[in-house]
Design a protein around this ligand. Structure first.
Ligand code: ADP
Length: 504
């Protein structure tokens, strides 16, 4: 059965994890849709932009060529043109790299003769049938094969004349493509490819960019293409993925924080419940510990008072019992008072150089009666020449008394107590050993916590408040030292109090 706090935490966890899962699933679905539609939208926009850019290039190119042809027509209309006037016209039109004027019967009118290899290129285009087609279809025609442009003009006197020209690639790139495409307000990478697929112009270095799409130009540049590229990582799909990762990460952190908070609250409440239980046990244990010696004292006191004990030996025995129980009471009260002083941060220590052996023997002396009565075998080994150690002798004596008391309390049939004192690694080490019940490994760290008592039936029967070892640890640490235990269930325990030489 779960405790109320655990039930609350489990419910709270469910209340958070369930909505978080639903949000995550919904988020995932809508993100997939977003991803697909953003990709589509991007492609549409890119296509629109590319078509618009290609149109702009065509218009600019046509406008430049029309202006040239208009000027040429004007020269032709003015009579038989002197070759010099045509040369001047060409010099002012860098876009036109080569110009030939051909008469109705295919005769060359300008320049005087064909340039090397040009006849082979232009000849077939100005054959009779080609000219008829040109006359029928309109003013101009661009041929794909070698980018020769043709225009049908009229001479002075009305005879038709064909102007055939080639564009200058460098001027085309610089004055048409660069001025038109370079001015576009878009960060997209655009390139112009000629019919051979060669990149004639790019707005920015292509690098590892991927081609997204391409659109063709129309009549002015047939078979040329305008291609749109995308830098690596710049696709809308990738941008969405980055958002998704960010969103998932943030959601994950949020859930983790909430879960950690809940687990911590649950642990705290569990600890508090445990503490409350330990405290109430403590009150019951202390009351019981106070009552037992008090009733013994009262009983023996009353018996003596009534004068019923005539035997002097027995009387002495009764006095000893009263004294011993009184001592036990003082120890218990001291323990509880010191513990409460330490908890309230009011404990002070009076550090003075102290001889170790007298302190050990004096503390042991207080237990002489129970040790003898219960038949304990006691062994004390104090190293010779132990230096004086700076300490609060009362506090260390109290710590030792607690360790000896426990050794007696938690011994079984094998009753032996050993007390060793030596110097090791710059510290005084006092070890109290027994061959009693021992402590299970998983309990060994907990026994130093306040109010903690090992919950076994064989230890539960023994009196105790659960603050003795907590007090020992406080005292050890106040001296800059430590307390440690080595123990095996059924074989006994060894508690080692380590105090630095010269105090803390
Ligand atoms: P208590 O008043 O219960 O003795 P302590 O703080 O002195 O409180 O000890 C805590 C617990 O540690 C004890 O309840 C006991 O279970 C265990 N313990 C302490 N000393 C010994 C020992 N020498 N042998 C076995 N168990 C011990």
């Amino acid at each position: 059965m779960l405790s109320p706090s655990a039930r609350f935490s489990a419910l709270a966890l469910l209340a958070i994890v369930a909505p978080a899962t639903i949000v995550a699933i919904l988020g995932y679905v809508s993100i997939r849709q977003w991803e697909a539609s953003s990709e589509l939208l991007y492609r549409e926009q890119a296509r629109d932009m590319a078509t618009m850019a290609a149109d702009k290039v065509e218009t600019t190119l046509r406008r430049a060529e029309d202006a040239f042809l208009d000027r040429l027509q004007a020269v032709l209309q003015s009579g038989v043109p002197p070759a010099g006037a045509l040369d001047d016209l060409l010099a002012g039109a860098p876009l036109i790299r080569r110009l030939y004027l051909i008469g109705q019967r295919g005769e060359l009118l300008y320049p005087r003769e064909w340039r090397e290899g040009d006849r082979a290129v232009f000849g077939p285009l100005v054959s009779g049938s080609a000219l008829r087609r040109l006359a029928r279809d309109g003013k101009r025609e661009e041929t794909a094969s070698n980018q020769v442009c043709l225009a049908l003009l009229t001479q002075h006197g009305g005879q038709p004349v064909v102007a055939a020209f080639l564009r200058d690639p460098e001027t085309l790139r610089r004055e048409i493509l660069e001025t038109t495409l370079g001015a576009l307000e878009s960060s997209t990478i655009i390139a112009v490819l000629d019919p051979g697929g060669r990149m004639v112009y790019t707005r920015a270095p292509i690098g590892d960019a991927q081609r997204v799409l391409s659109v063709g130009f129309r009549e002015a540049l047939p078979h040329w293409q305008l291609a749109v590229y995308q830098a690596p990582g710049a696709s809308p799909r990738q941008a969405v993925r980055r958002q998704v990762m960010l969103f998932t990460g943030a959601l994950g952190v949020l859930v983790a924080v909430i879960v950690a908070g809940l687990v911590m609250t649950w642990r705290l409440t569990r600890r508090e419940t445990e503490m409350a239980r330990l405290k109430s046990d403590f009150v019951a244990n202390v009351s019981h510990d106070l009552k037992t010696p008090l009733s013994v004292i009262r009983m023996f006191g009353e018996t003596l008072e009534m004068g019923r004990v005539n035997d002097e030996g027995r009387r002495q025995e009764y006095y000893r019992v009263i004294t011993r129980e009184g001592e036990r009471l003082s120890r218990l009260i001291d323990n509880v008072l010191d513990f409460s002083r330490i908890e309230g941060g009011r404990q002070t220590y009076d550090m003075t150089p102290t001889a170790v052996e007298p302190l050990i023997r004096g503390t042991l002396e207080a237990f002489a009666y129970p040790l003898a009565q219960q038949g304990f075998k006691v062994e004390v080994n104090v190293a010779a020449d132990l230096p004086e150690v700076t300490m609060d002798a009362d506090a260390v004596g109290q710590a030792l008394a607690n360790l000896i008391d426990n050794a007696i309390k938690y011994s079984g049939d094998d009753r032996a107590l050993t007390l060793d004192a030596r110097v090791a690694d710059g510290s005084l080490v006092i070890t109290v050993g027994d061959r009693g019940l021992g402590i299970a490994p998983e309990e060994q760290a907990k026994i130093f916590e306040k109010f903690y008592r090992v919950g076994r039936s064989d230890t539960q029967g023994r009196r105790g408040s659960g603050v003795g070892l907590a007090l020992v640890r406080h005292i050890a640490e106040a001296h800059g030292g430590t307390i440690a235990v080595e123990s095996a269930p059924g074989h006994g325990s060894r508690f080692s109090l380590r105090l630095p030489l010269g105090g803390s």
